[in-house]
Design a protein around this ligand. Structure first.
Ligand SMILES: Nc1nc2c(c(=O)[nH]1)N=C([C@H](O)[C@@H](O)CO)CN2
Length: 122
C-alpha cells in the first residue's frame, strides 16, 4: 500500500502533571503542561475495517505519554518535547510526529508559552 502522508491522528490539550522548570521552587512542585500531538498514521486500514486493532489508538498513546511525563523531572520544555517525540517514534513505530508543549501561565505577561517540534524516524 502506498504511503498516505497526509493522514494524522491528533490530540489536543492533554493535561500532564510533572516536575518541570529551571527555578528552585519549580523543582519542589508538580506543574501542569498541556501537550498537543500530531501523529502521522495511515488511517486507511482502520477506516476500511472499522476495527481499533487497525488504528493508531490515541487512548494508548496518551496513556503512555501521561505515564512518561508524570515520571519525568526535566528543567526545560524542550527536553520534555524531545523525549516524548522519541518515545512516540520508537514505541509506536510512527514515521513523523509534531509535539507541542504548552506551559500555560509560566509568564505573568503571557498566556501560552512553550515549544513545538517536528521529528521523523531515521
Ligand atoms: N526556552 C525555554 N525558556 C524557558 C524555560 C524553558 O523550559 N524553555 N523555562 C523557564 C522557567 O522554568 C519558567 O517556565 C518559569 O517561569 C524559563 N524560560
Amino acid at each position: 500500500m502506498t504511503p498516505a502522508p497526509h493522514d494524522i491522528v491528533f490530540v489536543r490539550d492533554l493535561r500532564a502533571e510533572c516536575v518541570i522548570g529551571i527555578y528552585a521552587w519549580e523543582r519542589r512542585v508538580r506543574q501542569t503542561v498541556l501537550i498537543d500531538l500530531d501523529l502521522a498514521a495511515d488511517n486507511r486500514r482502520a477506516a476500511a475495517s472499522d476495527q481499533i486493532a487497525d488504528a493508531l489508538n490515541y487512548k494508548a498513546v496518551t496513556r503512555r505519554v501521561l505515564e512518561y511525563a508524570a515520571a519525568s523531572e526535566f528543567q526545560l520544555v524542550e527536553t520534555l518535547a524531545e523525549r516524548i517525540a522519541a518515545l512516540l517514534l520508537e514505541e509506536f513505530g510512527l514515521p513523523w510526529v509534531r509535539v507541542r508543549i504548552n506551559k500555560r501561565g509560566a509568564l505573568r505577561a503571557a498566556g501560552d508559552v512553550g515549544v513545538v517540534i517536528e521529528r521523523e524516524r531515521r
